[in-house]
Design a binder for this molecule. Sequence first.
Ligand code: LLP
Length: 409
Amino acid sequence: MSGDVRRLDEWDAPRLRGLADEFDTPLYVLDPDRVRKNCDRLLGAFPASDVHYAVKANTTRTVLETVREAGLGAECASAGEVRRALDAGFPASEVRYTAVNPPGRDLDAVVEWADEHPELTVTVDSRDTLERIADRGYEGRLCVRVNPGVGAGHHAKVTTGDAPQFGVPYDRAPGLCEAARDVGDLVGLHAHAGSGIMGEDLSAHEELVRRMSALAGEVGEDGSLEFVAVGGGFGVPYRPEEPPLDLDSVAETTREAFDCDARLAVEPGRYVVADAGVLLTRVTATTETPETTVVGADAGMTDLIRPALYGAYHHIDCLAPDAADREATTCLVAGPVCETADILGEGRSLPEPRRGDLLAVGNAGAYGYEMASQYNSRPRPAVVTVDGGTVARRETLADLTRLEPNYHT
Ligand code: LLP
């Protein structure tokens, strides 16, 4: 299954070193060509289906335009994401807005845009959301988000399908569908099991698909449903020894369990961008301690929060040109934030680290830059393409305070 994943050691090390020299660190490097290839694989595995990119994984304009050109639609979780998708040129007919407890401001904006672009689809997750958009005069395309009662994912914090906060309970879905038909055109059903599904979670995904097609049979027997979205969540291997997800077999399992007239829709985020991005960071200090060698890095939880938040593993390589000549050392790679959670990797074997070494953190394209923050008043990093094009400039200290009218220097 070569090509199913791009491993960290397949990135061009001299080029990454050159980019770090030119743009400084911490630095995200994105490869649009890899994004394109991931999109192509998804379209190949799910022919005659809607493949919508869950834009929350990475909303940079470069990624959105690449994904649009590759032929995917956009799955959006907020008004801000809908705006970005429309601005990046996605036709409104390929944009879906799946709100989770949407603020009124988001509904105001989306209802206004839907007036201009009636092809937009709004997914409602509760009777209240439906009433709130009806109150704003919305009469357009609607989809109902269902809580399928089965979940899966790489961590409890991203297992969605059985978490009560997402969607209307399965047995109440027909009632919400009926109510939706009184407001606008009910064109779809939606459910999402969770994020980071690998082989062992496939049975939950399969059960979700089965339940959703049964529901579609019940509420869409008149053939009025255009699509049934069965979520995203396709996992990627974060560890070098982990095999890639067998996408074709996931697609086959999905198709076999999908027994209804509507079109199948999937909405992967991570799968599209994870291995198309790396985070580069420079070693600022090394400290021998009785337990381990502590490697201080200039990137931390404000740049990539996944290890701190989910205990997520991201592989780390040393890109020093002489790395191969050095002795392997067990290391703790820690960031610049004064929090015990600020760790990029623990118990990592790295070539004996030295101040100034460049480290590459793998699979950082999804939920990396997107979840970056300014905590500890750390400006967010820059993002560039492998060719050195700017995706997002590095924030400055002035950016940190620009929202505060009372800030004086
Ligand atoms: N559809 C819906 C409704 C979702 O809520 C999500 C992700 C997706 C699709 C895309 O899931 P993906 O294919 O990317 O797994 N920050 C976490 C992931 C949170 C995902 C939330 N929802 C992480 O870094 O692992």
